[in-house]
Design a protein around this ligand. Structure first.
Ligand code: ATP
Length: 290
């Protein structure tokens, strides 16, 4: 089985500054770090590190080849990442001494994917595979509809939240991931709470409070507690959790077990600085002592 992830690939450029720049000010950064990021890339890496065959569908520009190389190193199948003439998606992240940040996000190549590219990639998928979608690319609804027609299990992480995108994907969705804020935004946009949606499985992650599963068939609600850790950076915790849940479901594990494993991965992730580059592998997750 495989996880087909239509997702963003970003270059995260992190600048430490003595203070946030004022309009018109030129300010020298005291340090600079570059890493692989983007919700899509994070989720592909998490799924691959959790042992799944993760096939990323996306695009980069001419300067993004190293991102593809790094995804390959982490075990992601990168054959369906196109190289195009638009700049690679990137985030310019300014961090002040108090840890406050300011982010300029340029979606670039992530938002010019074509239906043809997605169709070609999914023509290699098998019924029962998982198709994963988030909101940092274009073509969400088209891909979801294609996935449903091909008999794939369509999973959607509704982040960053976009009411129109969610409504368009909703009819084709089997599994929905939301954090607490997104769940509230969805309820405001649709008038429906997670348990009222016509979706087979809805998972709401609640940070240090754990995660909750709503079973659309039985109506059962299951809480998976979080593990006790001292967080240093919560970036990528949700993406890691999503990748781990899907990898476990793809291996045939029941939902409660899949979520318990994902919650260990999420807890480890918040103890590390960084995004895709620090996502733990399955061995680390299984052996971690909490
Ligand atoms: P982000 O946008 O920062 O990647 P998110 O808001 O999408 O994250 P969260 O709900 O914060 O997602 O976290 C996902 C999962 O990671 C949680 O359900 C939990 O299992 C684990 N987790 C997150 N924060 C903590 C924490 N402080 N302690 C232990 N586990 C945590």
């Amino acid at each position: 089985m495989a996880i087909w992830n239509l997702g963003s690939i970003n270059i995260d450029m992190v600048y430490a500054l003595p203070h946030m720049p004022q309009p018109g000010e030129t300010l020298a950064a005291t340090s600079f770090e570059q890493g692989l990021g983007g919700k899509g890339a994070n989720m592909s890496v998490a799924a691959a590190r959790a042992g799944a065959h993760a096939c990323h569908i996306g695009a980069i520009g001419p300067e993004g080849k190293w991102c593809v190389d790094r995804l390959t190193e982490y075990g992601v199948d990168t054959r369906h990442i196109a190289q195009i003439d638009t700049a690679t998606g990137h985030a310019i992240i300014a961090v002040d001494p108090a840890g406050e940040n300011q982010i300029i996000l340029y979606p670039g190549a992530n938002r010019v994917l074509s239906e043809d590219q997605i169709g070609q990639a999914l023509s290699a998928a098998n019924a029962g595979d998982i198709l994963l979608i988030q909101n940092e690319t274009n073509m969400q609804a088209e891909a979801a509809e294609m996935g449903r027609k091909l008999g794939l299990r369509v999973a959607y992480a509704a982040a960053p939240f976009d009411a129109d995108a969610v409504q368009a994907v909703l009819p084709f969705m089997d599994l929905l991931f939301l954090n607490e804020v997104e769940a509230a935004q969805l309820e405001e946009a649709t008038g429906k709470a997670p348990h009222d949606l016509d979706v087979q499985d809805v998972i709401v992650t609640l940070g240090a409070k754990g995660a909750r599963h709503f079973d659309g068939r039985s109506g059962d609600v299951t809480d998976i507690p979080a593990l006790k850790v001292t967080p240093v950076d919560t970036t990528g915790a949700g993406d890691t959790f999503t990748g781990y849940v899907l990898a476990a479901l793809d291996r045939g594990l029941p939902m409660a077990q899949a979520m318990a494993q994902a919650s260990r991965a999420g807890a480890l992730m918040v103890t590390r600085h960084g995004a895709a580059d620090v996502i733990p592998d399955l061995k680390e997750v299984q052996n971690a002592k909490f």
